[in-house]
Write a protein that binds this ligand. Structure first.
Ligand code: MG
Length: 392
Protein backbone atom coordinates (compact mmCIF):
# COMPACT_ATOMS: atom_id res chain seq x y z
CA UNK A 1 0.00 0.00 0.00
CA UNK A 2 1.64 3.29 -1.08
CA UNK A 3 2.25 5.95 1.57
CA UNK A 4 0.10 9.10 1.78
CA UNK A 5 2.93 11.13 0.20
CA UNK A 6 3.00 8.91 -2.91
CA UNK A 7 1.21 9.83 -6.13
CA UNK A 8 -2.21 8.20 -6.40
CA UNK A 9 -5.45 8.28 -8.34
CA UNK A 10 -6.87 10.51 -5.60
CA UNK A 11 -4.21 13.20 -5.90
CA UNK A 12 -3.31 12.99 -9.62
CA UNK A 13 -3.54 16.23 -11.56
CA UNK A 14 -5.03 14.17 -14.36
CA UNK A 15 -4.67 14.00 -18.12
CA UNK A 16 -4.69 16.83 -20.65
CA UNK A 17 -7.72 15.23 -22.34
CA UNK A 18 -10.06 13.77 -19.70
CA UNK A 19 -10.70 10.04 -20.04
CA UNK A 20 -12.83 7.51 -18.14
CA UNK A 21 -10.96 5.60 -15.42
CA UNK A 22 -9.58 2.26 -16.64
CA UNK A 23 -11.61 -0.63 -15.24
CA UNK A 24 -8.96 -3.24 -14.43
CA UNK A 25 -5.82 -1.13 -14.14
CA UNK A 26 -4.69 1.90 -12.22
CA UNK A 27 -4.21 5.21 -14.05
CA UNK A 28 -0.43 4.89 -13.82
CA UNK A 29 -0.50 1.26 -14.92
CA UNK A 30 -2.31 2.45 -18.03
CA UNK A 31 0.43 5.03 -18.60
CA UNK A 32 3.09 2.35 -18.29
CA UNK A 33 1.22 0.16 -20.79
CA UNK A 34 0.85 3.06 -23.23
CA UNK A 35 4.60 3.68 -23.12
CA UNK A 36 5.37 0.01 -23.82
CA UNK A 37 3.00 -0.03 -26.80
CA UNK A 38 4.42 3.18 -28.30
CA UNK A 39 6.50 3.05 -31.46
CA UNK A 40 9.13 5.37 -29.92
CA UNK A 41 9.71 2.71 -27.24
CA UNK A 42 10.33 -0.01 -29.83
CA UNK A 43 12.82 2.21 -31.63
CA UNK A 44 14.96 2.46 -28.48
CA UNK A 45 16.23 -1.01 -29.37
CA UNK A 46 18.26 0.45 -32.21
CA UNK A 47 19.51 3.60 -30.54
CA UNK A 48 22.96 4.16 -29.09
CA UNK A 49 23.53 4.30 -25.37
CA UNK A 50 27.32 4.64 -25.55
CA UNK A 51 28.16 2.21 -28.33
CA UNK A 52 26.47 2.33 -31.72
CA UNK A 53 23.94 -0.46 -32.02
CA UNK A 54 25.81 -2.59 -34.53
CA UNK A 55 29.15 -2.47 -32.69
CA UNK A 56 28.33 -5.59 -30.72
CA UNK A 57 25.18 -7.46 -29.71
CA UNK A 58 26.22 -7.55 -26.05
CA UNK A 59 26.24 -3.81 -25.41
CA UNK A 60 23.37 -1.88 -23.87
CA UNK A 61 21.02 -0.07 -26.16
CA UNK A 62 18.60 2.63 -25.03
CA UNK A 63 15.96 -0.09 -24.71
CA UNK A 64 17.90 -2.39 -22.39
CA UNK A 65 19.12 0.69 -20.50
CA UNK A 66 15.49 1.77 -19.95
CA UNK A 67 14.56 -1.73 -18.72
CA UNK A 68 17.44 -1.70 -16.23
CA UNK A 69 16.40 1.76 -15.03
CA UNK A 70 12.86 0.52 -14.48
CA UNK A 71 14.03 -2.56 -12.54
CA UNK A 72 16.10 -0.39 -10.21
CA UNK A 73 13.36 2.23 -9.97
CA UNK A 74 10.70 -0.31 -8.97
CA UNK A 75 12.86 -1.74 -6.21
CA UNK A 76 13.44 1.70 -4.70
CA UNK A 77 9.79 2.74 -5.16
CA UNK A 78 8.53 -0.34 -3.34
CA UNK A 79 10.92 0.17 -0.44
CA UNK A 80 9.89 3.82 -0.09
CA UNK A 81 6.17 2.91 -0.39
CA UNK A 82 5.68 4.86 -3.61
CA UNK A 83 3.55 4.09 -6.65
CA UNK A 84 5.55 1.43 -8.49
CA UNK A 85 3.56 1.66 -11.71
CA UNK A 86 4.14 5.39 -11.99
CA UNK A 87 7.85 4.94 -11.27
CA UNK A 88 8.04 2.27 -13.95
CA UNK A 89 6.13 4.38 -16.47
CA UNK A 90 8.58 7.28 -15.98
CA UNK A 91 11.63 5.01 -16.14
CA UNK A 92 10.50 3.32 -19.35
CA UNK A 93 9.63 6.65 -21.00
CA UNK A 94 12.56 8.76 -19.79
CA UNK A 95 14.69 8.33 -22.93
CA UNK A 96 11.96 8.24 -25.60
CA UNK A 97 13.15 11.56 -27.05
CA UNK A 98 16.77 10.58 -27.50
CA UNK A 99 18.28 11.09 -30.92
CA UNK A 100 20.30 8.46 -32.76
CA UNK A 101 23.99 8.26 -31.75
CA UNK A 102 23.51 9.11 -28.08
CA UNK A 103 24.59 12.44 -26.62
CA UNK A 104 26.58 13.32 -29.72
CA UNK A 105 23.34 13.23 -31.69
CA UNK A 106 21.52 15.44 -29.25
CA UNK A 107 24.31 18.02 -29.14
CA UNK A 108 24.53 18.42 -32.88
CA UNK A 109 20.76 18.54 -33.30
CA UNK A 110 20.66 21.27 -30.64
CA UNK A 111 23.27 23.17 -32.62
CA UNK A 112 21.32 22.77 -35.88
CA UNK A 113 18.21 24.06 -34.06
CA UNK A 114 19.91 26.95 -32.26
CA UNK A 115 18.00 29.62 -34.21
CA UNK A 116 14.76 27.68 -34.03
CA UNK A 117 14.21 27.06 -30.33
CA UNK A 118 16.97 24.49 -29.75
CA UNK A 119 16.70 20.78 -29.03
CA UNK A 120 16.64 19.21 -25.56
CA UNK A 121 16.19 15.45 -25.23
CA UNK A 122 14.02 15.70 -22.11
CA UNK A 123 11.71 18.14 -23.86
CA UNK A 124 11.68 15.81 -26.83
CA UNK A 125 10.66 12.83 -24.65
CA UNK A 126 7.73 14.93 -23.47
CA UNK A 127 6.95 15.93 -27.06
CA UNK A 128 6.88 12.25 -28.05
CA UNK A 129 4.29 11.35 -25.40
CA UNK A 130 2.31 14.61 -25.74
CA UNK A 131 2.24 15.05 -29.50
CA UNK A 132 4.23 12.80 -31.75
CA UNK A 133 2.84 9.33 -31.02
CA UNK A 134 -0.14 8.71 -33.28
CA UNK A 135 -2.27 6.12 -31.54
CA UNK A 136 -5.62 7.49 -30.49
CA UNK A 137 -8.59 8.97 -32.31
CA UNK A 138 -9.52 11.42 -29.57
CA UNK A 139 -6.17 13.05 -28.81
CA UNK A 140 -2.59 13.42 -30.01
CA UNK A 141 0.23 11.55 -28.26
CA UNK A 142 -0.38 9.15 -25.39
CA UNK A 143 -2.32 11.54 -23.11
CA UNK A 144 -0.37 10.50 -20.01
CA UNK A 145 -1.07 11.69 -16.46
CA UNK A 146 0.53 14.90 -15.20
CA UNK A 147 2.76 12.97 -12.76
CA UNK A 148 4.17 10.76 -15.53
CA UNK A 149 4.84 13.77 -17.76
CA UNK A 150 6.39 15.63 -14.83
CA UNK A 151 8.82 12.74 -14.31
CA UNK A 152 9.70 12.53 -18.01
CA UNK A 153 10.63 16.22 -18.03
CA UNK A 154 13.72 15.73 -15.90
CA UNK A 155 15.47 18.95 -16.94
CA UNK A 156 14.26 21.94 -18.86
CA UNK A 157 15.63 25.37 -19.78
CA UNK A 158 13.85 28.36 -18.22
CA UNK A 159 12.69 29.54 -21.64
CA UNK A 160 11.00 26.22 -22.39
CA UNK A 161 9.71 25.92 -18.82
CA UNK A 162 7.86 29.21 -19.26
CA UNK A 163 6.12 27.79 -22.36
CA UNK A 164 4.98 24.65 -20.55
CA UNK A 165 2.62 26.18 -17.98
CA UNK A 166 1.94 23.96 -14.94
CA UNK A 167 4.39 21.30 -16.01
CA UNK A 168 7.30 23.71 -16.34
CA UNK A 169 6.51 25.69 -13.18
CA UNK A 170 8.89 23.77 -10.93
CA UNK A 171 11.91 24.86 -12.98
CA UNK A 172 10.93 28.47 -12.36
CA UNK A 173 9.70 28.38 -8.78
CA UNK A 174 12.14 25.83 -7.36
CA UNK A 175 9.60 23.23 -6.24
CA UNK A 176 10.27 19.49 -6.48
CA UNK A 177 8.55 16.82 -8.56
CA UNK A 178 6.81 13.87 -6.89
CA UNK A 179 8.96 11.17 -5.29
CA UNK A 180 8.36 8.71 -8.13
CA UNK A 181 10.02 11.21 -10.51
CA UNK A 182 12.89 11.73 -8.07
CA UNK A 183 13.41 7.95 -7.87
CA UNK A 184 13.35 7.50 -11.66
CA UNK A 185 15.95 10.23 -12.02
CA UNK A 186 18.44 8.55 -9.67
CA UNK A 187 17.63 5.04 -10.93
CA UNK A 188 18.78 6.30 -14.35
CA UNK A 189 22.17 7.30 -12.90
CA UNK A 190 22.62 4.07 -10.97
CA UNK A 191 21.81 2.06 -14.09
CA UNK A 192 24.12 3.85 -16.51
CA UNK A 193 27.07 4.19 -14.17
CA UNK A 194 27.04 0.45 -13.62
CA UNK A 195 26.20 -0.82 -17.06
CA UNK A 196 28.74 1.54 -18.60
CA UNK A 197 31.40 -0.03 -16.37
CA UNK A 198 30.30 -3.41 -17.72
CA UNK A 199 30.17 -2.30 -21.38
CA UNK A 200 33.40 -0.32 -20.97
CA UNK A 201 35.26 -3.37 -19.69
CA UNK A 202 33.69 -5.63 -22.31
CA UNK A 203 34.80 -3.28 -25.10
CA UNK A 204 38.35 -3.15 -23.77
CA UNK A 205 38.26 0.68 -23.76
CA UNK A 206 38.72 0.75 -19.98
CA UNK A 207 40.51 -1.74 -17.73
CA UNK A 208 39.94 -3.11 -14.22
CA UNK A 209 43.19 -1.61 -12.94
CA UNK A 210 42.10 1.85 -14.10
CA UNK A 211 38.67 1.44 -12.54
CA UNK A 212 40.28 0.60 -9.22
CA UNK A 213 41.04 4.36 -8.94
CA UNK A 214 37.36 4.67 -8.01
CA UNK A 215 36.70 3.89 -4.37
CA UNK A 216 33.31 2.23 -4.94
CA UNK A 217 34.67 -0.09 -7.62
CA UNK A 218 37.86 -0.85 -5.70
CA UNK A 219 35.97 -1.72 -2.52
CA UNK A 220 33.71 -4.24 -4.24
CA UNK A 221 36.37 -5.56 -6.58
CA UNK A 222 38.90 -6.25 -3.84
CA UNK A 223 36.31 -7.88 -1.59
CA UNK A 224 35.23 -10.27 -4.36
CA UNK A 225 38.84 -11.13 -5.24
CA UNK A 226 39.51 -11.94 -1.58
CA UNK A 227 36.39 -14.08 -1.35
CA UNK A 228 36.80 -15.80 -4.74
CA UNK A 229 40.51 -15.89 -5.64
CA UNK A 230 41.07 -16.80 -9.29
CA UNK A 231 37.47 -16.08 -10.35
CA UNK A 232 37.17 -15.73 -14.16
CA UNK A 233 36.96 -12.13 -15.31
CA UNK A 234 33.39 -12.09 -16.66
CA UNK A 235 32.03 -13.51 -13.40
CA UNK A 236 34.25 -11.20 -11.38
CA UNK A 237 32.98 -8.14 -13.27
CA UNK A 238 29.39 -9.20 -12.78
CA UNK A 239 29.87 -9.84 -9.06
CA UNK A 240 31.47 -6.41 -8.65
CA UNK A 241 28.71 -4.65 -10.57
CA UNK A 242 25.89 -6.40 -8.75
CA UNK A 243 27.61 -5.53 -5.47
CA UNK A 244 27.86 -1.86 -6.50
CA UNK A 245 24.22 -1.66 -7.62
CA UNK A 246 23.05 -3.29 -4.42
CA UNK A 247 25.20 -0.98 -2.32
CA UNK A 248 23.95 2.13 -4.16
CA UNK A 249 20.30 1.09 -3.97
CA UNK A 250 20.45 0.13 -0.27
CA UNK A 251 22.23 3.35 0.60
CA UNK A 252 19.72 5.41 -1.38
CA UNK A 253 16.77 3.72 0.32
CA UNK A 254 18.11 4.23 3.80
CA UNK A 255 19.27 7.85 3.26
CA UNK A 256 15.94 8.69 1.59
CA UNK A 257 13.96 7.13 4.43
CA UNK A 258 15.94 9.37 6.78
CA UNK A 259 15.09 12.47 4.72
CA UNK A 260 11.44 11.50 4.51
CA UNK A 261 11.36 11.05 8.27
CA UNK A 262 12.86 14.49 8.85
CA UNK A 263 10.51 16.29 6.45
CA UNK A 264 7.55 14.06 7.38
CA UNK A 265 5.54 14.88 4.23
CA UNK A 266 1.87 13.99 4.62
CA UNK A 267 0.86 14.68 1.04
CA UNK A 268 2.43 14.88 -2.40
CA UNK A 269 2.10 18.68 -2.07
CA UNK A 270 4.40 18.52 0.97
CA UNK A 271 6.92 16.59 -1.15
CA UNK A 272 6.74 19.25 -3.87
CA UNK A 273 7.28 22.03 -1.34
CA UNK A 274 9.99 20.32 0.70
CA UNK A 275 12.65 22.69 -0.66
CA UNK A 276 15.02 19.83 -1.51
CA UNK A 277 15.00 16.40 -3.08
CA UNK A 278 14.02 13.68 -0.60
CA UNK A 279 15.54 10.88 -2.66
CA UNK A 280 19.24 11.08 -1.87
CA UNK A 281 22.40 9.08 -1.25
CA UNK A 282 24.31 9.38 2.00
CA UNK A 283 27.09 12.02 1.62
CA UNK A 284 29.81 9.34 1.42
CA UNK A 285 27.96 7.34 -1.25
CA UNK A 286 27.18 10.53 -3.17
CA UNK A 287 30.94 11.20 -3.35
CA UNK A 288 31.75 7.66 -4.49
CA UNK A 289 29.04 7.71 -7.13
CA UNK A 290 30.24 11.09 -8.43
CA UNK A 291 33.81 9.79 -8.60
CA UNK A 292 32.67 6.85 -10.72
CA UNK A 293 30.61 9.12 -12.95
CA UNK A 294 33.60 11.43 -13.53
CA UNK A 295 35.83 8.46 -14.26
CA UNK A 296 33.45 7.25 -16.94
CA UNK A 297 33.20 10.70 -18.49
CA UNK A 298 36.95 11.09 -18.81
CA UNK A 299 37.91 7.53 -19.66
CA UNK A 300 34.95 6.10 -21.56
CA UNK A 301 32.68 8.81 -22.97
CA UNK A 302 35.70 10.88 -24.01
CA UNK A 303 37.73 7.88 -25.18
CA UNK A 304 39.12 8.42 -28.64
CA UNK A 305 37.16 5.48 -30.00
CA UNK A 306 33.86 6.87 -28.75
CA UNK A 307 34.61 10.45 -29.85
CA UNK A 308 35.54 9.15 -33.29
CA UNK A 309 32.04 7.75 -33.56
CA UNK A 310 30.80 11.11 -32.33
CA UNK A 311 32.46 12.94 -35.20
CA UNK A 312 30.76 10.69 -37.72
CA UNK A 313 27.41 11.16 -36.01
CA UNK A 314 27.88 14.92 -36.29
CA UNK A 315 28.46 14.66 -40.04
CA UNK A 316 25.41 12.44 -40.53
CA UNK A 317 22.97 14.52 -38.48
CA UNK A 318 24.15 17.90 -39.73
CA UNK A 319 24.00 16.67 -43.34
CA UNK A 320 20.50 15.25 -42.88
CA UNK A 321 19.26 18.44 -41.23
CA UNK A 322 20.69 20.64 -44.00
CA UNK A 323 19.38 18.35 -46.74
CA UNK A 324 15.83 18.33 -45.34
CA UNK A 325 15.83 22.13 -44.95
CA UNK A 326 16.78 22.52 -48.60
CA UNK A 327 14.52 19.72 -49.84
CA UNK A 328 11.65 19.18 -47.38
CA UNK A 329 9.98 16.83 -49.88
CA UNK A 330 12.55 14.23 -48.75
CA UNK A 331 10.68 13.98 -45.45
CA UNK A 332 7.70 11.61 -45.37
CA UNK A 333 4.24 13.15 -45.74
CA UNK A 334 3.22 12.75 -42.10
CA UNK A 335 6.10 14.89 -40.91
CA UNK A 336 5.70 17.77 -43.34
CA UNK A 337 1.92 17.69 -43.84
CA UNK A 338 -0.41 20.01 -41.97
CA UNK A 339 -1.18 18.85 -38.47
CA UNK A 340 -3.31 21.48 -36.78
CA UNK A 341 -2.49 20.31 -33.27
CA UNK A 342 1.26 20.45 -33.72
CA UNK A 343 1.18 23.71 -35.67
CA UNK A 344 -0.84 25.34 -32.94
CA UNK A 345 1.49 24.28 -30.13
CA UNK A 346 4.70 24.96 -31.99
CA UNK A 347 3.56 27.72 -34.30
CA UNK A 348 6.93 29.17 -35.18
CA UNK A 349 9.63 27.41 -37.13
CA UNK A 350 7.33 24.56 -38.02
CA UNK A 351 9.53 23.13 -40.74
CA UNK A 352 12.71 23.02 -38.66
CA UNK A 353 10.84 21.56 -35.69
CA UNK A 354 9.39 18.82 -37.88
CA UNK A 355 12.83 18.06 -39.26
CA UNK A 356 14.18 17.81 -35.70
CA UNK A 357 11.27 15.52 -34.76
CA UNK A 358 11.96 13.35 -37.78
CA UNK A 359 15.71 13.08 -37.15
CA UNK A 360 15.31 12.58 -33.39
CA UNK A 361 12.93 9.69 -34.04
CA UNK A 362 15.44 7.85 -36.24
CA UNK A 363 17.30 4.77 -35.10
CA UNK A 364 21.09 4.73 -35.61
CA UNK A 365 20.84 2.43 -38.58
CA UNK A 366 17.99 4.35 -40.20
CA UNK A 367 19.97 7.59 -39.93
CA UNK A 368 22.98 5.91 -41.57
CA UNK A 369 20.81 4.42 -44.34
CA UNK A 370 19.14 7.80 -44.92
CA UNK A 371 22.55 9.49 -45.12
CA UNK A 372 23.67 6.91 -47.65
CA UNK A 373 20.46 7.33 -49.64
CA UNK A 374 20.80 11.12 -49.79
CA UNK A 375 24.54 11.42 -50.21
CA UNK A 376 25.30 8.27 -52.14
CA UNK A 377 27.85 6.86 -49.68
CA UNK A 378 28.84 3.43 -50.86
CA UNK A 379 30.19 2.02 -47.61
CA UNK A 380 28.12 -0.34 -45.52
CA UNK A 381 27.35 0.46 -41.88
CA UNK A 382 30.23 -1.45 -40.37
CA UNK A 383 32.79 -0.03 -42.78
CA UNK A 384 31.37 3.44 -42.40
CA UNK A 385 31.95 3.36 -38.67
CA UNK A 386 35.15 1.35 -38.91
CA UNK A 387 33.93 -0.91 -36.13
CA UNK A 388 36.90 -1.87 -34.05
CA UNK A 389 35.11 -3.59 -31.23
CA UNK A 390 34.19 -6.64 -33.27
CA UNK A 391 36.10 -9.27 -31.40
CA UNK A 392 33.33 -9.69 -28.85
MG1 MG B 1 18.70 7.32 -19.35
Amino acid sequence: MPAAYAASKENTRGRRYPEAMPSMRSEFQRDRDRVIHSSAFRRLEYKTQVFVNHEGDMFRTRLTHSLEVSQIGRTIARALELDEDLTEAICLAHDLGHTPFGHAGQEILNECMKDFGGFEHNMQSLRVVDLLEEKYAAFPGLNLCFETREGILKHCSRINAALLGDLGARFLNGTQPGLEAQVANIADEIAYNNHDVDDGLRSGLIAVEQLRQCRLFRMHHDAIVRQWPGLASRRLTHEVIRGMINNLVMDLISASRGKIEVHAPRTIADVRNAGESLVVFSPDMADMQLELKRFLRVNLYHHEYVTNMTRKAVVIIRSLFTAYCVAPEQIPEGYRGQDAERDQEYGRDVLQRRIADYIAGMTDRFAIAEYERLFGAQDGHARFFDARVNHL
